[in-house]
Write a protein that binds this ligand. Structure first.
Ligand code: UTP
Length: 287
């Protein structure tokens, strides 16, 4: 197997849960404390030694390209004004990674978005990361997946445990615990009723796949709303070769909807070295 060095960021969704904020600007550019969601995702990927970012974008997503591009005028102005720290921040974003942009012309689902990157993946293993699922912890989430990938050379999927009354919001996995402590996934059910859920372990937007996943995605038939579901291809993959699950350590926020976004800003704001104390004092006045 070739080395794992590529990662896909599907970012072409409509962001309907966050309208009207996402009418003209991408959900992935929403700011948590002091930087956009997509930058958290890219930094996490780079910390896991990913070298090439394949960003799947669509209409209205140009701000993502601009964010990771060099802004010569801004950089020159900051340099001239002697704003060294800001200059460093701005210029490092533009140079942090090799980013390739692929356009998903119609939002035909997460599976379709991943398939759009097939010509950049060829026969290599690859990661997939959903930036609106923000995961913050001591060991970056993608690195936790890579550790299991390095051990097994098999596909690995990030999981969290959810309360019983929440299973119907997620893709839920069935699994067998192996002697070495790894969780081998045997099936996935998209948004099950509580009584049909095979476990309380939910898939949450961090994946590493062997190249076979791409081939299987081509055969997935469109489901509800014409969407191609990634979960269908993972289920097919798990029938052919081992697919492992990793229960992720870290704080996780579904920042793609207003409630999760507010929680992320409040909690990470309170934990922030520079702004945390002032925010805490201000919030206390309002409790
Ligand atoms: P989501 O369902 O969370 O994103 O898809 P969405 O469709 O933008 O949001 P809502 O449900 O309308 O509020 C998960 C990820 O897959 C991407 C999204 O950008 C998000 O990162 N996606 C989804 C695509 O890239 N293309 C699609 O066709 C669908």
């Amino acid at each position: 197997m070739k080395p794992l060095r590529k990662i896909i960021f599907p970012a072409a969704g409509m962001g309907t849960r966050f309208l009207p904020a996402t009418k003209a600007s991408p959900k992935e550019m929403l700011t948590i404390v002091d930087k956009p969601l997509i930058q958290y995702g890219v930094e996490e990927a780079l910390a896991a030694d990913m070298e090439q970012i394949i960003m799947i974008t669509g209409r209205g997503k140009r701000a993502i390209e601009d964010h990771f591009d060099i802004s010569a005028e801004l950089e020159a102005n900051l340099k001239k004004a002697g704003k060294k720290a800001l200059y460093k921040k701005v210029s490092s974003v533009a140079r942090m990674a090799e980013v390739i942009y692929v356009r998903q012309k119609e939002a035909l689902g997460l599976g379709h978005a991943v398939l759009c990157a097939r010509n950049w993946i060829f026969d290599e293993p690859f990661g997939v990361s959903l930036a609106d699922e923000l995961i913050v912890g001591d060991v970056p989430a993608m690195q936790q997946l890579r550790a299991v990938y390095n051990q097994t050379k098999c596909s690995v999927i990030g999981l969290i445990q959810v309360p019983e009354d929440q299973v119907s919001k997620y893709g839920i996995v069935a699994y067998q615990a192996e002697e070495n402590g790894l969780l081998r996934l045997t099936d996935m059910v998209e948004k099950p009723n509580t009584e049909d859920a095979p476990s309380r372990l939910a898939i949450i937007g961090r994946y590493i796949f062997t190249p076979r996943l791409m081939e299987l995605l081509r055969d997935v038939q469109p489901g509800k709303g014409g969407e191609i579901q990634l979960t269908d291809a993972i289920s097919a993959l798990a029938k052919e070769e081992p697919v492992y699950g990793v229960l992720l350590d870290g704080q996780r926020f579904d920042a793609g909807n207003p409630e999760g976004f507010l929680k992320a800003n409040a909690i990470l704001g309170l934990q922030h070295k520079k702004f945390g104390e002032a925010l805490r004092q201000e919030l206390i006045k309002h409790l």
